[in-house]
Design a protein. Structure first.
Length: 477
């Protein structure tokens, strides 16, 4: 069944066949043409068939094909009747983004940009299987999995105030290291403080435009200020945790009375031993990712001070926020006029809490949650704010980035004969990379237009523009 346009930014596939709820897509007509050519909409209607799903299976404008769930997908499930699915979270559990702003301006930084890029590249291990200088004993690693960002702060990586500006304060309290396999533990042991590969990056940017002066001021953003945006996740530990859960759920076979529309949607009842074990292990991987990003930002700040010969006071680094993009969490949302505990899956989607929400720190409660939306290397990234409309309509969720339009294979083919790093330099963006192959896979042409993606969520009212960041330097894995 073809999607029906509801308004300029909303489309719906009505409930039909085995679907338990409709599928809802946020996009423009031009975007829908490209989305329709992928299998992502089929994946979305498959998600709508899962037991206990509430309201609708939703897709943000950055939707593209993923494992099981589409990337850019959001679904919430009743705690008693619903399921939890590793494919609804993804392999890189708590892949997320962290933004900090400095006292420095672009005029102060640009003349020293080559030194800064080299310093960041040296300080932050990147690439497939990369390991860092931080070595963890079994006891320390399990402390990371229990404490998340707080472990890093206690080790001197950042400030205690950072925790207030981190989603969940950087720790999911249901984490239980006993649920994590030895293989996953081994893969994570040497990877705290490492960036990884693929779409992970450290980006030096400049606040290029302010759309909402009041909210930008609350977030500490001012025009021409230099920012650090980093994107990383739970590394090998998260990947193995997902792999372990998928294998266990697949071996167990389909749930009684329910035939999976796609084996990649292997799942378990939330309140089953399998469901609980996955959730506890996933929470551990999420905490690992928060500790990793907390550590990475500290390493980046130290590299900046060395390269630019500035003191901590002159740098003035302040965390704006840290958000996760791949997660399943228990949250309270209004369903049929009553508060209800649900399990929200966000896969390539960002939490978007409105003004007044109790989970926000005092600095942000009057304006809403900061939402960090990275674009491609050559365009821009955005800072948005959460809204009540998102709370009411999308389980407080919005987009997470530009979203791919080219597969990695197609991007590498399109990059043949081109010098991607020189094209970026011509735009005033320095780039340093571990793998030339990754640079080709992550070329700007591989992604949707971030400006259009942000215009959709802003126009739909599920998050509002606050500021735009222009990249001036990027370190890729």
């Amino acid at each position: 069944m073809k999607p029906i346009q509801i308004d300029p930014y909303r489309w719906e596939i009505p409930q039909h066949g085995a679907m338990r709820v409709p599928a809802r897509i946020f996009a423009t007509p031009d975007m829908m043409t490209a989305i329709h050519e992928e299998e992502a909409l089929k994946q979305l209607t498959n998600v709508a068939q899962l037991p206990g799903i509430l309201k609708a299976a939703m897709a943000m404008p950055d939707i593209h094909w993923g494992y099981g769930f589409p990337i850019g997908g959001v679904a919430a499930f009743d705690v008693k009747e619903g399921v939890i699915s590793p494919g609804g979270v993804g392999y890189d559990i708590n892949c997320g983004v962290r933004l900090a702003v400095t006292h420095l301006t672009d005029a102060e930084v640009v003349p020293r940009l080559p030194d800064l890029v080299n310093a960041l590249f040296s300080a932050i291990p990147s690439g497939v299987g990369s390991t860092g200088d931080i070595r963890l004993t079994d006891t320390e690693l399990k402390s990371v999995l229990k404490k998340g960002s707080r472990w890093a702060v206690e080790r001197g990586y950042g400030e205690a105030s950072d925790l207030e500006r981190t989603e969940e304060k950087g720790c999911m309290t249901d984490a239980d290291p006993r649920a994590v396999s030895n293989k996953a533990l081994d893969r994570g042991r040497k990877q705290i403080g490492t960036l990884g590969s693929g779409n992970h990056f450290v980006e030096i940017g400049v606040v290029d435009e302010i759309f909402d002066e009041k909210t930008a001021a609350a977030f500490g953003l001012a025009k021409n200020r230099v920012t650090i945006l980093l994107h990383s996740g739970s590394r090998g530990l998260g990947h193995q945790t997902c792999d372990d859960a998928l294998a266990a759920m697949t071996r167990k076979g389909p749930m009684e009375g329910f035939a999976l529309p796609d084996r990649q949607l292997a799942c378990a009842r939330i309140q089953s031993p399998s469901g609980e074990q996955y959730y506890q292990a996933m929470a551990c991987a999420a905490n690992f990712a928060w500790a990793n990003r907390q550590t990475l930002m500290h390493l980046a700040a130290e590299a900046m001070m060395r390269a630019l010969s500035v003191s901590p006071r002159s740098l003035g680094l302040r965390l704006v926020y840290d958000v996760c993009h791949n997660i399943a969490k228990f949250e309270t949302h209004e369903i049929d006029g009553r508060p209800r505990k649900v399990c929200v899956h966000r896969k390539g989607a960002t939490r978007a809490l409105p003004p007044g929400h109790a989970a926000l720190c005092d600095d942000y409660r009057s304006v809403g949650q900061p939402i960090l939306i990275p674009g491609d290397m050559g365009t821009a990234s955005y800072v948005l704010a959460g809204t009540k409309r998102a709370m009411d309509e999308t389980f407080a969720s919005t987009c997470h980035g530009a979203g791919r339009v080219l597969s990695r294979t197609a991007a590498k083919k399109a990059a043949r004969g081109r010098s991607i790093h020189r094209e970026l330099e011509d735009k005033g963006i320095l780039v340093k990379w571990t793998s030339r192959s990754t640079l080709a896979e992550e070329m700007p042409d591989a992604y949707k237009d971030i400006n259009q993606v942000v215009d959709v969520v802003h126009g739909a009212g599920i998050s509002l523009k606050v500021a735009r960041l222009r990249p001036i330097a990027v370190v890729k894995g």
